[in-house]
Design a protein around this ligand. Structure first.
Ligand code: NAD
Length: 253
């Protein structure tokens, strides 16, 4: 409880707070992270092949066969108590932005407004041939029904790719720049549910620290930068974050 109090105190003392999230914030919404054992997502596939842009171009059917179960869970997932705690923080003026590596759109569905989606999202898909943009959720629902690679109807059957960043692709330039600006500007970064092993996203907490921010880390497992943080809490995000926000609210009222 001492760490909860300390974190609430840091939130009160800070003026520009940024949340930085990874797959771990969404596991309690039923969406597995990529590094958990026995979730099955990486079983029998090489991520660098199936979830890379090279692999996608060579064999889109293999990508869609792999992504289908994840797409089904994501379409039906709801924000959990950790996402909602970030919404409460924003509503009381204690959260300026969220930088997320997640593609699941749960921060948006929860109600946060200033979100930088570093690795893209599933709400759109783009034709690799003519660049026509489609509603991603409609495309994924079709995929769940027919198991076929989604094709463009505007051109000569170009393959549609969800607007997510695959291995080997650049991060969206404007999102990355805005996330870097927020990382330089913040005085507190709350990092939740990330192994901090995927660069360049994982560089942002270090950038925040170098720019003078304090770091809070809430994660089940240790991360490579635990030693840089003011407070490290090894616990479930959906359990820990609401307790912190409750303390902040108690002190404000
Ligand atoms: P990761 O899988 O590398 O690490 C997740 C971390 O979250 C782990 O260290 C784990 O200990 C922790 N964790 C798991 N459940 C938790 C919980 N309930 N509370 C607190 N911590 C918890 O995730 P990453 O660092 O985000 O990197 C994975 C990459 O895969 C990202 O690029 C992301 O785009 C992508 N991904 C996204 C989703 C999603 O959108 N929900 C899901 C899987 C993977």
């Amino acid at each position: 409880m001492e760490k909860i109090f300390r974190t609430a105190q840091l939130i009160q003392q800070s003026n520009y707070i940024v949340g930085f999230t990874g797959a771990g914030i969404s596991t309690d919404s039923g969406i597995p992270d990529f590094r958990s054992h026995d979730c099955g997502l990486w079983n029998n596939v090489d991520p660098l092949v199936v979830a890379s842009i090279y692999g996608f171009r060579r064999n889109p059917q293999a990508f869609y066969d792999w992504v289908r179960p994840l797409a089904e869970i994501t379409i039906n997932a709801a924000p959990n108590a950790a996402h909602l705690a970030f919404v409460q923080l924003e509503q009381i003026g204690k959260l300026s932005a969220i930088i997320t590596q997640n593609i699941d759109m749960l921060h948006t569905r929860a109600g946060n407004t200033n979100i930088f989606e570093l690795h893209g999202h599933l709400r759109q898909a783009t034709c690799l041939h003519c660049l026509e943009v489609y509603d991603g959720e409609i495309i994924l629902k079709q995929l769940l029904m027919n198991h076929q690679v989604p094709k463009c109807t505007a051109c000569d059957n170009g393959v549609l790719k969800p607007n997510v960043v695959l291995f080997g692709e650049q991060l969206p330039f404007r999102e990355l720049q805005a996330a870097q600006d927020a990382s330089r500007k913040c005085d507190l970064m709350i990092i939740v549910g990330s192994s901090l092993e995927v660069a360049p996203a994982s560089d942002l907490p270090v950038l925040a620290k170098r720019s003078g921010a304090k770091l809070i880390i809430i994660n089940l497992d240790p991360t490579p930068i635990d030693h840089l943080a003011e407070v490290v809490i090894h616990g479930r995000a959906a359990d820990v974050l609401p307790k912190i926000v409750k303390q902040v609210e108690l002190k404000i009222t």
